[in-house]
Design a protein around this ligand. Structure first.
Ligand code: GDP
Length: 368
C-alpha cells in the first residue's frame, strides 16, 4: 500500500523546509535506503516503537517499517485554479494524493517575505482553500456537463442495461449537484463523508483528509494558532504545531539530544508527530509480522479483514487464506514472550471474518 501525502501552502511558509526535514529524518532512521524518486518526492518511515520492541523480542535480523510518500507540491498562489502560477499543473499533482498537509505560516521573520505582506493564518488558509474549492467546483461542473451530454435519448433505452446506466447517472447527477451547492457555499466535501464516498471517482481535493501544520516560531503566537484551529474545526481537519526551522536544525542530532532540544524550545510537537498524524488521518492501522528473519509493519485500512490483510503481504496469501494466528503486541509486552502469551490464552486462531486490529502480530496459514 503506497500512501501519498501532498504538502501544499502559499509560497514562503516553509513547505520545502518541512519536506527536507521529513525526508532527512526518514533517511536518518532508516536501515533501508531512503528514496528520492524526484527532487520533490520522498519516502518517510512511520515511527513506531512497537516495531523496535518486536525486533528486540524476536532478535530479528532486520525491521521494515511502514512508509509514507511525501510530495512537495509547489505553485499554489492566489488564482491557481484559474491558471495563475503553475495553475492547473499544480492541481493535477494533488488529485492523486491520499491526504493533504497544508503548511500555514505562524512564525514572524522580517527576512522572509510574506506573499500577502503580513502573517495572517486566517487569510492564508482562506486563500489556499478557495483555490482548492474553485478547482473542485470546476471539476464538478465539468463532470455534470459530461453526464448531461451522454444522456441522449435512444431507442434502446428500454434495454435493461442502459436503463441501469441511466439510473446510475441520475444518482450521480444528484450527488454532483449537491457537491456544487456545497462548493458554492465555500464548504469542503470532507464535511459530508457520505457524499464524498459517492463521488470518490472524481478525486475532489476538498474531500481528502487534511492536516494543518502550523509553522510556529520559537515562541508560539496563540491567537494565530487559534485561527488555524477554528478553520480545522469547521472543516473536519486536524492541526499540528511545529517549528520547521528548529526541526531542520535538530534533525541531524542523535534522538536523545533531539528530545532534549525540543524540551528547551518547548516545541509543541516533533516531526515524528507530523508523520504519525498523516498516518492517522488516513484511518489506517498497522499489523505486524515478526520473526528472527525480520519484523515488519504492514499498513491496512481500519476495518479490513484477515484475508485482505494477508493480501497486502502477497496476493497468494489472500487467495489461499486458511486462517490467521493472532495476538496483539500489547499482550506480548504484558506477558514477555510468545510462549507466555499462548499460555495466557491470548494467542488465537482467527478465520476469514476476523477484523484485524491495530497492533496485531499475525501469522497467516494459507494454501496455494
Ligand atoms: P516554501 O516556499 O513554502 O517551500 O518555503 P521554504 O521552506 O522554502 O521557506 C522559505 C523561507 O522561510 C526560507 O528562507 C526558510 O529558511 C524560511 N523558513 C522556513 N521555516 C521557517 C521557520 O519556522 N522560521 C523562520 N524564521 N524561517 C523559516
Amino acid at each position: 500500500m503506497s500512501l501519498e501525502v501532498g504538502i501544499v501552502g502559499l509560497p514562503n511558509v516553509g513547505k520545502s523546509s518541512l519536506f527536507n526535514t521529513l525526508t532527512k529524518a526518514g533517511a536518518q532512521a532508516s536501515n533501508f535506503p531512503f528514496t528520492t524518486i524526484e527532487p520533490n518526492v520522498g519516502i518517510v518511515e512511520v515511527p513506531d516503537a512497537r516495531l523496535k520492541f518486536l525486533r528486540e523480542t524476536y532478535q530479528s535480523a532486520k525491521t521494515i517499517p511502514a512508509t509514507i510518500k511525501f510530495v512537495d507540491i509547489a505553485g499554489l498562489v492566489k488564482g491557481a485554479s484559474a491558471g495563475e502560477g503553475l495553475g492547473n499543473q499544480f492541481l493535477s499533482h494533488i488529485r492523486s494524493v491520499d491526504a493533504i498537509v497544508e503548511v500555514v505560516r505562524v512564525f514572524d521573520d522580517a527576512n522572509v517575505i510574506h506573499v500577502a505582506g503580513q502573517v495572517n493564518p486566517d487569510e492564508d488558509i482562506s486563500t489556499v482553500n478557495t483555490e482548492l474549492l474553485l478547482a473542485d467546483l470546476e471539476q464538478a461542473q465539468k463532470a455534470l456537463e459530461r453526464l448531461e451530454k451522454n444522456k441522449k435519448p435512444s431507442s434502446t433505452d428500454a434495454h435493461y442495461y442502459l436503463y441501469a446506466i441511466g439510473e446510475r447517472s441520475a444518482i450521480m447527477k444528484t450527488s454532483l449537484e449537491k457537491a456544487i451547492e456545497l462548493f458554492n457555499r465555500g464548504e469542503p466535501l470532507r464535511t459530508q463523508p457520505e457524499l464524498a464516498i459517492e463521488l470518490k471517482q472524481f478525486q475532489f481535493l476538498t474531500a481528502k483528509p487534511l492536516l494543518y501544520v502550523a509553522n510556529v516560531g520559537e515562541t508560539v503566537d496563540q491567537a494565530k494558532l487559534e485561527q488555524i484551529n477554528a478553520h480545522a474545526q469547521k472543516e473536519n481537519a486536524t492541526v499540528i504545531a511545529i517549528s520547521v526551522k528548529a526541526e531542520l536544525e535538530i534533525v541531524d542530532l542523535p534522538e536523545a539530544e533531539q528530545a532534549e532540544y525540543r524540551k528547551e524550545l518547548s516545541l509543541i510537537s516533533g516531526l515524528g508527530q507530523v508523520i504519525q498524524a498523516s498516518y492517522a488521518l488516513l484511518d489506517l492501522i498497522t499489523f505486524f509480522t515478526a520473526g528472527p528473519k525480520e519484523s515488519r509493519a504492514w499498513t491496512i485500512a481500519r476495518g479490513a479483514k484477515a484475508p485482505q490483510a494477508a493480501g497486502v503481504i502477497h496476493t497468494d496469501f489472500e487467495r489461499g487464506f486458511i486462517r490467521a494466528q493472532v495476538f496483539n503486541v500489547e499482550d506480548l509486552q504484558k506477558y514477555g514472550s510468545e510462549k507466555a502469551v499462548k499460555e495466557a490464552g491470548k494467542l488465537r486462531s482467527e478465520g476469514k471474518d476476523y477484523v484485524v486490529q491495530d497492533g496485531d502480530v499475525v501469522e497467516f496459514l494459507f494454501n496455494v
